[in-house]
Design a protein around this ligand. Sequence first.
Ligand code: ATP
Ligand code: FE
Length: 337
Amino acid sequence: RLILGIDTSCDDTGVGIVELKPGGGVQVRANRVWSQTVHAQYGGVMPELASREHVERIDGILGEALGEAGVTLRDLDAVAATSGPGLVGALLVGLMYGKGLAQALDVPFFASHHLEGHIYAAASEAELSAPYLALVVSGGHTHLFDVPQAGHYVLMGATRDDAAGEAFDKVARLAGLGYPGGPAISEAATRGDPGAVPFKEPLKGQTGFDFSFSGLKTAALLAHRAGAAPDDLAASFQRAAVQTLVKTTVRAAQAAGRQTVVVSGGVAANRALREAFGATSLRVVFPGQGLNTDNGAMIALAAAAAIEAGRAPSPLGEGAVAYAPLAHGQWPAASPK
Ligand code: ATP
Ligand code: FE
């Protein structure tokens, strides 16, 4: 069975195709993303422009995805699209497109949660069987969930201020390393000394599992003003950010009694983060290449899991939502088999 996934939650137009095998295994057959460039001149995403770009690009990206998978629209068995959270105008483009496509093809439609998509991006690498812990580290989220069973999410901790990716972007900007900041910091860090700039551990001594990056950001700004070399700043900031993410996650895994951790979202592409998690005693699963940042394949992967679990298709009346916490009991309605 072939599932099409669409994500237009922010400034990437993503369309992916996933094959759900008879035994339940999944394979990513196509993953095409158009990353909008119009926003660079404004230094941030302009919502109205993002919507327009999605409208202009989505047909072309769908065509590319079908070509990559070597299939036609008629071969699709289900369509999934992100309904939230994200920019409402941007979300609406992919959501309405997906609903229209599903109706025209007479196949079921599944509205997916963007963060659930990020988590299921890791299903490209290993079977995700609950229970496990999920750390989503992206441009807008730093959220740690316990997943006691498929489709159930219990928030254990989250950032109190900036998201991890946002902090990478801001530190890169102040150090003059360019945009997007994550890859820029990661690259500069290979040339810098991680011990050059001292950073204090955020929320040191907390008994909970929250994160905070604003202190690291301020310390980076002060170090920059004091003349720290950009490469050293990048290496030192990266080490501090990675340490707080790994340390808190390991504590949470112990508290929840979980051995497996899924680490996903754009920051999960970070090599230092992957190495640090690899050095723990946890079984850590990351998304495959091209599946860390926003894409459509992860939305199809989340839908594939929901279909496998017998979740009912979404009503076509379901709208786009800007704010939508990933909740306990995300898949409430199981369809009668
Ligand atoms: P959200 O999913 O929370 O709405 P988003 O979709 O914008 O946010 P993603 O596309 O998942 O976020 O990730 C983008 C973020 O990932 C950016 O902040 C970027 O700097 C960061 N990022 C990408 N690659 C790396 C890397 N190698 N190291 C660190 N950060 C990275
Ligand atoms: Fe995202």
